[in-house]
Ligand binder design. Structure first.
Ligand SMILES: [Zn+2]
Length: 351
């Protein structure tokens, strides 16, 4: 090969290498940029739900955790000793030991809601004590020596303390002994719950299946979308008031999103059946999402469009939520109180 040809080959190789390096660097930049945006979005969400100061976000290399780890609040060295390295604060030293205000105690690191103030009691042990947790918010793991049971935040895995049973301190006979440094209190009027309202046939079964979703804090069955005030079950059943049987869901937006709930809603009823579900026929059993803000409306519409693209003739209405009227007490938690499954409703895999 002549010398000038050899140089041409060298130049061509160099040009290809330079182009490849440039593309790789550009891609890295894009990933870093979108990660930053996601982090900022999650930080905003934390502020909206639990009023935490997210501080500088950091990844923690010590613990196995869900994908949102980069959004956690930066811990002080003492908080890290407790939450990451499973330490214990000195008794009678924590800010929540003798703290009895109305509100919610959240995870100090990730902001998930863990305990309600109504479940807090004075155990005189030197640490905050609760006899119940928010459903699904706390994981339990036996210590290596088998003598105690550790409790951790179900969302981020952060150490909370230990749970003891059989002490007969309260009727529930359980004591969650939690470090104050693992908690962050939000007063009742500042807690921002997520709220969603779904109608999909008999509300007993819809409520029962929505209650199974982690992050759902409370459900109420009731009536919405009709013309009269404070309707009774008998009036709604006659189908003349225009109300739908519906379920109001209060949820922790940090643990479950409206979109997840809406996807679940479509899976636990038949969105292609108009004005009825199975054998329950009538407009009170119609399929309808009552949105509480614009974002919910958009999400509901895009999920319906997605299902239609898949060939499902979805007839679910999407309507702005009006007044929700809670149903009579005997309809609340109907299947939970009877220890039964969801009646006509069951979950099928749609997505
Ligand atoms: Zn947490």
């Amino acid at each position: 090969m002549p010398r000038y040809m050899r140089w041409l080959v060298y130049i061509a190789i160099a040009a290809v290498l330079a182009a490849w390096l440039s593309t790789t660097a550009h891609r890295s930049g894009q990933i870093a940029h979108s990660d930053t945006e996601a982090t900022e979005r999650m930080a905003d969400q934390q502020l909206a739900t639990c009023q935490l100061d997210p501080g500088q976000q950091e990844a923690d290399p010590h613990m196995d955790r869900p994908a949102q780890e980069h959004t956690y609040r930066r811990l002080t060295p003492e908080e890290e000793r407790i939450i990451v390295h499973k330490g214990t604060e000195p008794p009678f030293s924590g800010e929540y030991d003798r703290h009895f205000e109305t509100g919610v105690y959240c995870c100090r690191r990730c902001g998930a809601m863990l305990y309600r103030s109504r479940d807090k009691f004075q155990a005189h042990c030197g640490w905050p004590a609760f006899d119940d947790e928010i459903s699904g918010a706390v994981n339990r793991t036996p210590d290596a020596d088998g003598r105690r049971t550790e409790i951790t935040c179900a969302n981020c895995g952060g150490h909370l303390g230990h749970v003891f049973t059989g002490e007969k301190l309260t009727p529930k006979n359980e004591r969650h002994c939690v470090n104050s440094l693992s908690l962050s209190f939000t007063p009742h009027d500042q807690v921002q719950y997520g709220r969603a309202i779904f109608a999909g046939g008999c509300f007993w079964g819809v409520e029962h299946l929505l209650q199974q979703q982690p992050g759902v804090l409370e459900t109420t069955v009731g009536y919405i979308g009709g013309s009269s005030e404070n309707p009774s079950y008998e009036q709604v059943c006659r189908g003349t008031t225009g109300h739908a049987e519906a379920v109001e869901v209060m949820y922790d937006p940090l643990r479950v999103s409206f979109e997840q709930l809406a996807r679940l809603f479509f899976e636990i009823h038949d969105p292609t059946q108009a004005d009825g579900q199975g054998p329950d026929i009538g407009t009170q059993y119609r399929s309808e999402i009552f949105y509480t803000d614009e974002a919910q409306q958009q999400t509901a519409k895009s999920l319906i469009a997605e299902l239609k693209e898949r060939g499902l003739n979805v007839v679910t209405h999407v309507t702005e939520a009006g007044k929700f009227w809670p149903a009579e007490d005997y309809h609340q938690d109907y299947f939970k109180r009877r220890g039964r499954a969801g009646g006509c409703h069951f979950r099928r895999n749609l997505w």
